[in-house]
Design a protein around this ligand. Structure first.
Ligand SMILES: Nc1ncnc2c1ncn2[C@@H]1O[C@H](COP(=O)(O)OP(=O)(O)OP(=O)(O)O)[C@@H](O)[C@H]1O
Ligand SMILES: [Mg+2]
Length: 1109
């Protein structure tokens, strides 16, 4: 087997005492000294760490060192407390084993420092994070607070722990801290009131007075001067290397980090101040009338200030210092206290106040640092208990402290020496027993329930009657005198009787670490730990929340007459619990050794160290370790842990675990002397072998990790690659599609461009061709046209030429013929040729004239006055004749188209024209008016039925006329009917005939030349009708009426005499007998265009006719 050189081999001295050769006490000490001289303060005994107090700071706790030891095998590097802390932490984290770190050693050996180093290492290597860091910080900061209140300078140690502390740090499965629980063990409270020479009170008193601000001190009613306080010893008030003022700030800061509220800190300081004040209260005797002395407070100022601080009624406390009330069943007896008792009561109160405050601090810290989750925790316990100590005067406290150390030593022996040896035997390993001192007998001496010292003390305390420390010693002398580890002057063991070093009222116990002489003075009191009820009740009444909490038994409602358990009993019980607790955990030992008594560096006092090595049983420890095996492990976990080192056991071993381990060891070629097979475990002798195995395992794990990494990376890369490939295909497909689309678009647009160019080009070409063709066609047409034109013109010219020629020929021919004929017939024509030519010409002209006239005849309208001009003068007469003939002919033609009625109308119109044309101005306007005759439609209108029937003849004219009154010339409307025989005037409304004039009675009718409708009917004188005279009438249809009258008159007269129509602007009418002249004058138009008629006088009737425009 290849043995890797361990670091253990290349060290100053030997790093592991197991390897020490030869093994003797001298070599052991020499090795320690050598290492100590070279600042190697840690040395191993197997897995136990020996720590020498260097009394100076060494550069071996740096963060780099932490990193160096982190996750390294225990034996891999030089011995260090970090290696043990790392081993414990990893074992807790990786193997799920609860751990405890037991730090033992006498006072000043460095236990507290060691515990802090372990905690700081664990804090550095465990998980990180905001929450975790807070927990770590709180756990670490609980130390300064507890040290300030629980540590004090002793002759052995400037920072001596005056209480026991066991701290469970809780971790989650990842190894991250969750919180912690602190258990405290019996504070040395006697120190509060009295300190041995060269020692001082708890640090906090000095820190408060040195470090607090003036303001705070004023509030607390304190003075900065230590000498003002009775409880503070003066000789060692200032400790070298300790800066109380700075420490005070550190403590306050730590309290804040841990989670103390501002008011809580204040309350705590108030209590500390109150203790100081309490120490200053002094008493004086005052004689009473019954002769006894009664104590009185000397100077009440301190009492008053203390009461103010704690909110206590001064009188109540004052009374509690003067009286003591004892309640027994139903009785209540009050006795006065003398001065000594008053001092005793004062000190008891101070001690209780302080120790309860300390316990409250621990509880309060626990509240802050407790784990928040309820899940299962892994626990690492760190035990830092006060070390074994031997003072000049050892009292109850030392007894308790040393008892505790005995117990720890016992547990060490149990686990490292006895149990180990027993295990070898149990496992069937060949083993030669090694002798060691078992301190069980001392433990039994102290704690035995029947006759142990503590039991005796309790018995004494509970016993009725007078109980003193002497009676207790007597009891011990009777019960324990024969015990080999107990000595007293009166013990029955005669060999001690002559021991003059043993004073009276003392007993000596031969502890594992040496003999200690205990003075019994105060044992009973301290064990009783009594506080007068009056005091606790006074405290309970305080108007201070914290004080009230600290003295719950002072509540009068909860008076408990039962004695509280004694201090010894309580301590024993709690130590018992602690031991049981430690036994359930995997122990890790740090054995602290104090190199000198001077608290000085570099000094190695051999006798002192030798003594410690001796009583700590370190030699035995090495021997057992050397003879035995450094490491053991059950086969199953061993195989599980190392099976990867052998191909046959990896990954699965089917057979029994032991066979698997055997195969493994054989395969690894571990020399046979290096290990033994037990019944259920394998025992490995040398740590190097274990180291070898661990190293191989580590390498193998690395290889396995590499393999897993390799496979995982391969898988991951492959998966990644496949994903990439898949993605690449998708991307490529999309890209190609995109590219092709783009390309297609490009080609398409290019094609379109090319196409458009080509089409354009083709179109232009076609257009050109078409244009060319069209132009050609046009040219052809033009040419053809021109050509045809030319041809035609040429032909025309030719034809014209030809015609001209033909004509010329004909003319010439005619001329020639004429010439020829004339020549030939000249002789015949000469006689009558002229006449004949003349006639012929005349005929020809006449013929032409008539044909021309025929073409230019005017229209057939009789009123058309046009007539063509005459062509020849000689036809003048004929031409005029022909015009007249034509006119007559066309008039005849015109007339021949007329019906009989129309003819009659025209005849009437003609007659009218003959009568009036150019004679009466009214005439022209009547030409266009047709002669309607019956304007009243007399035959049809039923209104004129009667009138019609009166008239026998056919009515030729029926019209409404105005009959002029003969007397005044005013008009009245009448119906005028004209028949072939008479003229009838009738009333227009009634149709009654007013007058009827037979036509033969009518001689003439007179009208004016003017544009008026007046006419006078002149009657034959003497006729029947002429009675009233002539009628002067006015008609709208004058022309028609007169024309009709004229026509009828001429046809009706038998003698053919014409009715005379007289047209004149002045005529005479016969009105009855008078001849009245009717005169028409042209007047200015008056009242429009109406004609006015006025009888001027008997002879004149004037008609004013408006002048025609
Ligand atoms: N590892 C160390 N490095 C430097 N100084 C140390 C170391 N260990 C202890 N000391 C010094 O020794 C002094 C006493 O140590 P510590 O308080 O730890 O002793 P202890 O064993 O707890 O004593 P006690 O039982 O009285 O509490 C410390 O104040 C410190 O000055
Ligand atoms: Mg300590």
């Amino acid at each position: 087997m290849e043995v890797k050189t361990s670091l253990l081999d290349n060290m100053i001295g030997v790093g592991d005492m197991v390897l020490l050769e030869p093994l003797s006490e001298d070599s052991f000490l020499e090795n320690l000294r050598k290492r100590f001289d070279h600042n190697e303060i840690y040395t191993y005994i197997g897995s136990v760490v020996i720590s020498m107090n260097p009394y100076r700071s060494l550069p071996i706790y740096s963060p780099e060192k932490v990193e160096e030891y982190r996750n390294r095998n225990f034996y891999e590097l030089s011995p260090h407390i970090y290696a043990l802390a790392d081993e414990a932490y990893r074992s807790l984290r990786d193997h799920d084993k609860d751990q405890c770190i037991l730090i033992t050693g006498e006072s000043g050996a460095g236990k507290t420092e060691a515990s802090k180093l372990v905690m700081s290492y664990v804090a550095a290597v465990c998980g990180k994070g905001q929450e975790v860091n807070k927990v770590k910080e709180q756990l670490l900061q609980s130390n300064p607070v507890l040290e300030a209140f629980g540590n004090a300078k002793t002759v052995r140690n400037d920072n001596s722990s005056r209480f026991g502390k066991y701290m469970d740090i809780e971790f989650d499965f990842k190894g991250d801290p969750l919180g912690g629980v602190i258990s405290n063990y019996l504070l040395e409270k006697s120190r509060v009131v009295k300190q041995p020479r060269g020692e001082r009170n708890f640090h906090i008193f000095y820190q408060l007075l040195s470090g607090a601000s003036d303001d705070t001190l004023e509030k607390l009613k304190l003075d900065r001067d230590f000498s003002k306080y009775n409880y503070l010893s003066l000789d060692s008030a200032v400790v070298n290397g300790l800066d109380d003022a700075t420490s005070f700030r550190t403590v306050k800061n730590a309290m804040q980090i841990v989670g103390f509220m501002e008011n809580e800190v204040q309350s705590v300081l108030e209590l500390v101040a109150a203790v100081l004040k309490l120490g200053n209260i002094e008493f004086k005797p005052e004689s009473r009338c019954n002769g006894t002395d009664e104590s009185r407070v000397k100077d009440k100022n301190d009492l008053k200030e203390m009461c103010e601080l704690l909110g206590i009624e001064q009188a109540v406390l004052e009374r509690a210092f003067s009286y003591r009330t004892v309640e027994a069943k139903l009785e209540k007896v009050s006795t006065t206290l003398n001065v000594a008792q008053a001092y005793y009561a004062r000190d008891a109160l101070a001690k209780n106040l302080y120790s309860r405050l300390f316990s409250w601090l621990v509880t309060r810290i626990n509240e802050s640092i407790k784990a928040q989750t309820k899940t299962r925790h892994k626990v690492m316990g760190v035990l830092d208990i006060y070390g074994f100590e031997i003072f000049e005067d050892n009292s109850f406290e030392q007894f308790i402290i040393n008892y505790c150390n005995e117990k720890l030593q016992q547990i060490f022996i149990e686990l490292t020496l006895r149990e180990e040896q027993e295990e070898y035997v149990r496992e069937g390993i060949e083993w030669t027993n090694i002798e060691y001192f078992n301190n069980a007998v001392i433990c039994d001496l102290i704690e035995n329930n029947q006759n142990g010292i503590m039991a005796m003390l309790d018995e004494e305390c509970l016993r009725p009657g007078t109980v003193t420390d002497e009676t207790f010693l007597d009891k011990l002398n009777t019960v324990c005198a024969e015990h080999q580890h107990f000595e007293s002057r009166l013990s029955k063991n005669s060999k001690f009787l002559n021991d003059h070093s043993l004073p009276h009222s003392c007993f000596r116990i031969q502890h594992y670490a040496g003999k200690v002489l205990y003075g019994v003075e105060g044992f009973v009191d301290k064990n009783n730990d009594l506080l007068y009820r009056d005091l606790s009740q006074a405290m309970y009444k305080a108007n201070h929340s914290l004080i009230k909490q600290l003295f719950p038994e002072g509540n009068p409602a909860k008076v408990n007459l039962k004695r509280p358990p004694t201090a010894g009993f309580q301590f024993k019980a709690s130590v018992g619990i602690l031991m049981r607790n430690l036994q359930t955990k995997n122990p890790n030992y740090i054995r602290c050794i104090k190199p000198n008594d001077k608290k000085a560096p570099h000094i190695f006092t051999e006798s002192l160290v030798c003594h410690q090595v001796h009583y700590l049983g370190l030699m035995e420890n090495v021997r057992v370790r050397r003879a035995g095996y450094a490491f053991r492990q059950a086969y199953e976990p061993c195989l599980e842990r190392y099976k990867m080192l052998c191909k046959r056991t990896w990954p699965h071993w089917r057979g029994p675990a032991r066979v698997g381990v055997e195969v493994l060891m054989a395969d690894l070629q571990v020399p046979a002397e290096e290990f033994s097979y037990g019944r259920s475990k394998i025992f490995i002798r040398n740590p190097r072998t274990l180291f070898f195995l661990e190293e191989r395992r580590r390498q193998c794990l690395q290889d396995l990790a590499t393999l897993i990494q390799k496979i995982y990376r391969g898988w991951k890369s492959r998966t990644h690659f496949l994903l990439l490939k898949k993605s690449q295909i998708v991307v490529a497909a999309w890209y190609r599609r995109y590219a092709q689309q783009k390309k297609y678009q490009r080609i398409k647009s290019a094609t379109t461009v090319v196409q458009s160019y080509t089409r354009g080009w083709q179109a232009r070409k076609l257009l050109r061709e078409l244009k060319h063709q069209k132009r050609c066609e046009e040219a052809v047409t033009t040419i053809a046209a021109y050509w045809h034109g030319t041809q035609a013109r040429r032909e025309l010219r030719r034809l014209k030429e030809e015609a001209r020629r033909k004509h010329a020929v004909a003319v010439i021919w005619a001329c020639w013929q004429g010439l020829k004929v004339r020549r030939e017939y000249r002789k015949f024509f000469r006689a009558n040729a002229g006449k004949k030519i003349y006639n012929f010409t005349i005929q020809r002209i006449m013929q032409k004239y008539f044909l021309g006239l025929k073409r230019t005849l005017p229209s057939m309208s009789p009123i058309d006055k046009n007539w063509p001009a005459r062509p020849y003068r000689f036809l003048d007469t004929a031409h005029t004749e022909l015009r007249g003939i034509f006119h007559l002919w066309r008039c005849k033609k015109y007339r021949s188209q007329f019906t009989q009625e129309k003819k009659a109308v025209y005849e009437e119109k003609l007659e009218a024209s003959e009568i009036f044309k150019d004679k009466k101005s009214l005439y022209p306007s009547s030409v266009s008016q047709p002669f309607k005759g019956d304007y009243l439609e007399i035959s049809k209108n039923p209104k004129y039925q009667k009138l019609n029937s009166c008239v026998e003849e056919t009515v030729l004219l029926a019209d409404v006329v105005n009959k002029i009154n003969r007397a005044n010339g005013k008009g009245a409307t009448r119906i005028l009917l004209l028949t072939k025989k008479s003229v009838v005037l009738a009333d227009q409304k009634s149709g009654q005939v007013k007058a009827s004039v037979a036509l033969p009675d009518l001689t003439s009718v007179s009208v004016s030349t003017q544009n008026d409708g007046f006419f006078a009917l002149k009657l034959k004188e003497g006729s029947a009708s002429a009675v009233k005279g002539d009628f002067l009438l006015s008609s709208e249809h004058l022309i028609e009426t007169i024309t009709k009258l004229h026509h009828i008159g001429s046809t009706a007269s038998d003698d053919g005499e014409q009715l005379n129509i007289d047209i004149s602007d002045e005529f005479l009418v016969q009105f009855k007998q008078d001849k009245v002249c009717v005169k028409f004058i042209q007047g200015a138009p008056k009242n429009g265009s109406s004609v006015s008629c006025k009888r001027k006088n008997n002879r004149l009737l004037e008609v004013s006719v408006p002048a025609t425009a």
